[in-house]
Design a protein around this ligand. Structure first.
Ligand code: NAP
Length: 320
């Protein structure tokens, strides 16, 4: 049902600001009067609708600056389909009394699975091995040897919900686990190092899983990469902004780190040409939570927050 369908008249009006998963859109259309990215497709029509918009449905990559929030005086809720909300000006929303929700927990397993998949892929050179077979190079001789993962030292930058799920998996590989975060977590039983640089110097694989935003911008810089060293691998499943991408490419080109597994990039969906040319990287297109099962769980939670709000029930997962 579209926003112009008479059956949706009288329902709360929701602006969708990202290309959302189809089943989530279906759920929205069933309950609300939906304006799908109207602000981009028809700014004049959006100007007419903006005063009536009571909720926004966004994705984890959406950008909602203060000016945009200010254009919707009746706004009550921003529901983010994703756990990261670094593109949303939460302070501006709060000042206006607009609640913000995200989808924590339900994607922990999925993102942790991908982090380990990238560790294994980059160390065992799985994509390269696949190409080796397809290109008919096997009869010419075996592939060069790879790097062992089991028993290696793993450093986690950000021991939060997903970071802990990564640690659980790494334990099954007999890995030695250390971490850094803003605060020490003695209950984890893992070794704490106060900075990413100190952590990088002690590990073979450095996995980054902090939120994005101003607090973590370029947290992984040239110095951290130098500390990781020529036998070290960087895995980023957090946000592109957390890693200094040009310093990373320099280090990969110069061989001052061994390789990288990257799910996120500074200017998504654009990936620098220099990165694409490198053989010691495994690249995935921001698919940390991208399975049917997890997207359904995220959709249920993101929609559930909207439903709860308009039914006058407590929100299921407001951001802290
Ligand atoms: P979380 O539970 O809030 O954990 C975040 C962790 O990062 C916490 O341990 C926190 O430390 C740490 N941290 C924050 N700022 C830091 C800093 N400046 N230096 C060092 N550590 C810092 O979040 P989560 O649910 O695990 O999600 C983490 C992030 O993963 C999301 O925000 C999102 O950006 C990303 N993500 C990516 C994908 C993908 O598709 N690739 C999917 C989902 C999520 P304290 O515990 O000390 O506060």
């Amino acid at each position: 049902m579209s926003a112009t369908d008479p059956a949706s008249a009288g329902r709360p009006e929701v602006l969708v600001v990202a290309k959302l998963w189809a089943p989530m859109m279906e759920a929205l259309h069933g309950a609300f009067r939906v304006h799908d990215r109207l602000h981009e497709t028809d700014p004049a029509a959006f100007a007419a609708v903006a005063p009536r918009v009571r909720a926004i449905a966004a994705s984890g990559e959406s950008k909602l600056p203060r000016e945009m929030i200010a254009r919707m005086p009746a706004l009550e809720l921003i529901s983010v389909f994703g756990v990261g909300y670094d593109g949303i000006d939460v302070a501006a929303a709060r000042e206006r009394g607009v609640a913000v929700t995200n989808t924590p927990e339900v994607l922990n397993d999925e993102v942790a699975d991908l982090a380990l998949a990238l560790v294994l892929s980059v160390a065992r050179r799985i994509p390269q091995a696949d190409r080796y077979v397809r290109d008919g190079r096997w009869p010419g001789g075996p592939m060069p040897l790879a790097r062992k993962v089991s028993g290696a030292r793993l450093g986690i930058v950000g021991l939060g919900r997903i970071g802990k799920a990564i640690a659980t998996r790494a334990q099954a590989f007999g890995m030695e686990i250390a971490y850094t975060a803003r605060s020490e977590k003695p209950e984890s039983g893992f070794r704490y190092l106060p900075t990413p640089r100190a952590l990088a110097a002690e590990v073979d694989f450095l996995v980054v899983i902090t939120p994005g935003g101003a607090g973590t911008r370029k947290l992984i810089d040239a110095e951290v990469l130098a500390a990781l060293g020529k036998n070290g691998y960087l895995i980023n499943v957090a946000r592109g902004s957390v890693v200094d991408e040009s310093a990373l490419i320099d280090a990969l080109e110069a061989g001052t780190i061994a390789g990288a597994g990257l799910d996120v990039f500074e200017q998504e969906p654009n990936v620098p040409e220099r990165l694409l040319r490198l053989d010691n990287v495994v690249l995935t297109p921001h698919v940390g939570s991208a399975t049917w099962q997890t997207r359904q769980a995220m959709s249920d939670l993101a929609f559930g927050n909207l439903e709860a709000h308009f039914a006058g029930r407590p929100l299921l997962s407001p951001v802290p």
